[in-house]
Design a protein around this ligand. Structure first.
Ligand code: URA
Length: 278
């Protein structure tokens, strides 16, 4: 019988594990010191279990060489300003990726396994923007590689767009715990990274996947359901403005397949515009 002290309360580990398993927990996330202690205990108690769960040390690989921002004292505005200044120093996507991996001003990084930077062609005509990495993306370190990514690949293929010719990224490079909705502060801190990716690529088109991508990049009063399917503009810099289309996020389509027809219509709109047919 092993006991764990959490918040001054003694918790029975066997009972806690049973509760975790019942709740569907398959991974644990903790600091190294705390987890090492726990692992020793769990190894003993788990070896005799009929359906063990595997504790996985989730330590972001990128934290070793970090650009430190003291988030306890700095205001969110200052952290976001700091992120903007850092971004302006990056003159290529590789440099920017390196900066994002070293940046530690966003709390989400602490619970994420990987920094998920954008992926695809630096010369893409179209940039697709999602919300944040999910569990699969967090584990693998690339955007849209899980169920949503498979659906996205199929939709792109259906309009004869090769995923490798696009650039795919997210508003946030770190997975919010449990896929929760990101806070406004988290978006504000990470937005400069997204904007700099767009500045470096200078695409003709942006496809915004879901309400968070829409609200983060464009100051629109209406919801995604009212805005999707309409052409908008995003000013990249003095020389370049991208045509923007917002549509529903693939994860919403997986939950609500009846909405697929609308998104299919949006993808056809994008195809026509890219082929200069409208
Ligand atoms: N959902 C997103 O918004 N982005 C991903 O990369 C995966 C799922």
């Amino acid at each position: 019988m092993y006991n764990l002290v959490i918040m001054e309360k003694r918790v029975n580990i066997e009972e806690t594990l049973d509760w975790y398993i019942w709740a569907g927990v398959t991974e644990t996330c903790a600091t190294e010191v705390c987890l090492n202690n726990l692992l020793e205990t769990l190894d003993i108690s788990l070896s005799a279990r009929s359906h063990p769960i595997t504790p996985i040390l989730k330590k972001n690989k990128d934290t070793l060489d970090t650009i430190h921002v003291n988030s306890s004292t700095a205001s969110f505005d200052n952290i976001a300003k700091n992120a903007r200044e850092l971004c302006s120093k990056a003159s290529s996507l590789d440099e920017l990726k390196d900066l994002v991996q070293k940046f530690d001003g966003c709390n989400l990084k602490k619970t994420a396994a990987n920094t998920v930077f954008g992926d695809g062609s630096p010369h893409a005509r179209v940039v697709l923007i999602g919300e944040a990495p999910g569990a699969d993306e967090d584990r693998i370190g690339s955007p849209f590689v899980g169920k949503c990514g498979k659906l996205l690949d199929k939709m792109l293929a259906a309009i004869n767009i090769n995923r490798a010719d696009c650039y795919i990224t997210n508003v946030l490079p770190w997975r919010p715990p449990g896929n929760r909705t990101p806070t406004d502060e988290e978006v504000a801190i990470c937005l400069p990274f997204l904007k700099r990716q767009i500045e470096l690529i200078k695409p003709d088109f942006l496809l915004l996947l879901g309400g968070i991508a829409l609200k983060s990049l464009l100051d629109v009063p209406d919801s995604i359901s009212r805005t999707r399917g309409k052409w908008l503009e995003y000013v990249i810099d003095e020389q370049k403005t991208a045509q923007v289309l917002a549509t529903y996020h693939p994860s919403y389509l997986l939950r609500s397949p009846s909405q697929k027809a609308k998104v299919w219509g949006d993808f056809l709109r994008l195809q026509k515009k890219m082929n200069c047919e409208e």
